[in-house]
Design a binder for this molecule. Structure first.
Ligand SMILES: Cc1ncc(COP(=O)(O)O)c(C=O)c1O
Length: 395
């Protein structure tokens, strides 16, 4: 059986870097050298300087390229470094069409940096293909998709957007952080560049900040490789090793968390103090059918709206299990408050236009037993109820 024929979870363990060819080590060696001796003045070796290429980072780049089904992977010092470097494929005068409820850091990059460099943008609800079509301009050179989107978990049709992009000679970028290649393979659906905050599910333990990009085409690989080396925001070797280690358990982590996420979403959906639950795994999610066609599962992130901001405060003060923090995709459940965390870079008016209310919380489900999480949320919602009663009595 060839490597390419293995199932995804087998590939996570049995890939080209399973055994070090020199020592037989079963863990990729960390190569700290920043420079490499050249034995021949005319013919330099494969490695010369570690910003350009380093064997440890290269192992991660090869593994992620294989998992995403691309020709080449690139590892960066953060998800934002990967995203920003990919945006450098564009030039002054170009225009990008982008998912409206995109990660706040990407929003900041597009609105405050790219616009200063003369790259225009239009935010659209990417679930509405007519809106996307209407946003196209003669200078549109890229479509930037985040699906499911952050934090409202809207699902975009990657195939349809990629097709639209191809018709006008534009590129399609997909941020695949929430799904990972375990659940979604954007390159197979027609995208040109896949981007990741590897800080999240890929590494999975809240102990590393990293970014990855994978491309489908050799010409694009040369252009992005040139930019990676020119901009220089490469991933350090210790961090590359941590991502490689985390990747080995990606499938089991995601499988457990995804199952729990559905149970938690179903519990929250029935609770009278919860106004709305956003989780594409729920049968009534507006893009549920598309999700089933496009991905292998709904992932482990959900958002929910409580009755008001005061309820959010009480809930956050009362929950005991999840950490209340920025980030997602870790072994521990992470509860976050988009308005003040992931989307704080977005002005309140822009947030509200997109439905990112001050009463919205986002939950990334970890590896705890879901029954414990549901018990914890139940008691926190009980506290919300108690506080409401006290306030009403005081009125
Ligand atoms: C969907 C998404 N994309 C990109 C990023 C940026 O990644 P990083 O924090 O690794 O720079 C994040 C971070 O939260 C994210 O959630």
């Amino acid at each position: 059986m060839e490597l390419e024929e293995y199932c995804f979870e087998t590939k996570l363990l049995h890939n080209r870097h399973k055994v070090d060819s020199v020592t037989g080590a079963v863990s990729v060696p960390i190569q700290h050298a920043s420079t490499f001796h050249q034995f021949d003045i005319d013919q330099f070796g494969k490695y010369d300087y570690a910003r350009s290429l380093n064997p440890t980072r290269e192992a991660l780049e090869e593994v992620i390229a294989e998992l995403e089904g691309g020709v080449k992977g690139f590892a960066f010092s953060s998800g934002m470094a990967a995203i920003s470097t990919a945006f450098l494929l564009l030039s002054a005068g170009d225009h990008v069409v982008i998912t409206e409820d995109v990660y706040g850091g990407t929003y900041r990059m597009v609105t405050e940096v790219l616009s200063r460099l003369g790259i225009e943008h239009s935010f659209v609800d990417m679930t509405d293909l007519d809106q996307v079509k209407q946003a196209i301009k003669p200078n549109t050179k890229a479509f930037y998709v985040e699906t499911p989107s952050n934090p409202l978990l809207k699902v975009t049709d990657i195939k349809a957007i990629s097709q639209m992009a191809k018709e006008i000679g534009a590129l399609t970028f997909v941020d695949n952080t929430f799904q990972t290649p375990a659940l979604q393979k954007p390159l197979e659906l027609g995208a040109d560049v896949v981007l990741h905050s590897a800080t999240k599910f890929l590494s999975g333990h809240s102990d590393v900040v990293a970014g990855l990009a994978v491309v489908k085409d050799k010409g694009l690989a040369n252009r992005l490789g040139f930019l990676q080396n020119s901009f220089g925001a490469v991933l350090g070797v210790q961090d590359a090793w941590l991502v490689l280690r985390g990747l080995k358990t990606l499938h089991v982590r995601l499988e457990h968390s995804q199952k729990s996420a559905l149970q938690i979403a179903s519990f929250l959906e029935k609770h009278p103090l919860v106004k709305n639950v956003f989780y594409p795994g729920l049968p009534n999610h507006p893009q549920r059918e598309l999700l089933d066609v496009q991905t292998q599962g709904a992932g482990a992130v959900l958002s929910f709206e409580l009755v008001d901001e005061e309820a959010v405060r009480t809930f956050v003060e009362s929950v005991k299990l999840p950490v209340f923090a920025v980030s997602l995709g870790a072994v521990e459940s992470i509860l976050s408050y988009p308005a003040k965390m992931s989307h704080s870079a977005m002005p309140q008016a822009e947030r509200e236009k997109r439905g990112i209310k001050n009463s919205l919380l986002r939950l990334s489900v970890g590896l705890e037993n879901p029954a414990d999480l549901i018990r914890d949320f139940s008691q926190a919602l009980e506290q919300v109820q108690q506080k409401k009663l006290v306030l009403q009595q005081g009125e």
